[in-house]
Design a protein around this ligand. Structure first.
Ligand code: UD1
Length: 347
């Protein structure tokens, strides 16, 4: 079996290649080694891939002929290549759309031309926007995006859209309405929809894995696109206090990169007709404040500082049910956060 992994030189890709190395599949990586991610020009990533015996083709997913040349004769494509993270400001907007939406369209078109019928792609929990909430009086509600004024007043939790009362965050499942709140999220929704169109038109199978906050060894660090676990760990090991935005009560589900790799392998083994989406999270919810405290303590450094700063594009809580992946893919996260953070810290 021959598998093409786009973006395979990245953080999740590397874990996936390790997982695939245990199987007898031939793997080709197509990766542009973007300079904003691979700051050493891709030297470390190239060395890693060659030690895994994986062929690296340095090309952008928007390069139609390069993509087609690689997917010809492939049995499946795992599409990970993307510009990730919340971004810096709206100056990033066209790069997100081009990298993620046009990139996906180019990959899907090449799969169609080459007759590849199986695609598994990385989507994100950010497609749900603010996620699911319960109002004691009005039941399940979907709050509007938080306004700048509200955030500036330190009112971080969204209120009930009907009565304004405090809400209880609930778990989102895959049937929730998609409601992207930033450019990156909008491109992930588009990516899923393009996958669904492609599957319908070709009769192929496309699975989108809606990844929660992925962490683990090899996380991108010290870039504007780094995830919070890497940012906190970089601060903690420099002996400085992790800077916690808002009041630290934001809720997330941190899923270890090896668990995510296992989810991709499970999805490859479970093709379904049409398009299917699965939440991929550990199933255990933590606050950002708890994450910061755990990493400070692992580094033996100063405790986190809760700053009250905020980013307009951030959602307050985003926590999902990953039960559908357990039933549909036979996958569950296995790494507990405390163990996974040790893994991050001592790698
Ligand atoms: C993350 C991923 C996104 C993925 C999504 C899935 C990154 C950069 N983003 O988004 O690609 O699709 O999970 O759920 O990996 N924070 C601080 N201090 C900081 C930085 C962040 O307190 O220095 C807070 C933020 O305000 C936010 C939380 O940490 O509440 C998480 O931020 P971040 O790691 O950027 O991730 P998400 O926005 O959840």
């Amino acid at each position: 079996m021959r598998i093409v992994v786009t973006g395979g030189a990245g953080f999740i890709g590397t874990a996936l290649l390790r997982a695939l190395a245990a199987t007898s599949r031939e793997v080709v990586v197509l990766d542009s080694l973007r300079p904003d991610v691979h700051r050493d020009g891709g030297l470390a990533a190239s060395a890693r891939l060659s030690s895994l015996g994986v062929r690296l083709v340095v090309a952008d997913v928007r390069d139609r002929s390069a993509v087609l040349a690689q997917v010809e004769g492939a049995d499946a494509v795992v599409h990970l290549a993307a510009k990730v993270g919340l971004g810096v400001d709206l100056d990033d907007m066209d790069d997100y759309v081009s990298s993620n939406s046009l990139g996906t369209a180019t990959v899907l078109r090449a799969c169609h031309t080459a007759g590849v019928e199986r695609v598994v792609q990385a989507s994100s929990m950010v497609v749900y926007g603010e996620g699911a909430y319960e109002c004691a009086q009005h039941g399940p509600v979907a709050p509007a995006p938080r306004t700048r004024d509200r955030l500036a007043r330190g009112e971080f939790d969204p209120g009930c859209p009907v009565c304004g009362a405090d809400l209880d965050p609930a778990l989102v499942d895959e049937d929730a309405v998609l409601d992207p709140r930033n450019t990156y999220a909008a491109t992930k929704v588009a990516q899923e929809q393009l996958g669904a169109v492609w599957a319908r038109e070709t009769g192929g199978s496309c699975t989108s894995l809606r990844l929660h906050n992925v962490y683990g060894p090899g996380m991108p660090r010290d870039t504007p696109y780094a995830g919070v676990a890497a940012i906190f760990w970089s601060a903690a090991r420099r002996g400085t206090a992790p800077q916690v935005f808002e009041d630290g009560g934001q809720r997330r589900d941190f899923v270890h990169v090896d668990d995510v790799a296992a989810a991709f392998v499970a999805a490859l083994q479970s093709p379904e007709p049409g398009h299917a989406a699965y939440n991929v999270g550990s199933g255990v919810v933590h606050t950002i404040g708890e994450l910061a405290a755990e990493l400070s303590s692992l580094a033996g450094g100063p405790p986190p500082e809760v700053t009250g700063a905020y980013r307009l594009g951030d959602v307050r809580h985003i926590t999902a049910s990953s039960e559908r992946a357990a039933h549909g893919l036979g996958w569950r996260g296995a790494v507990a956060l405390r163990d996974g953070l040790r893994d991050l810290a001592f790698s």
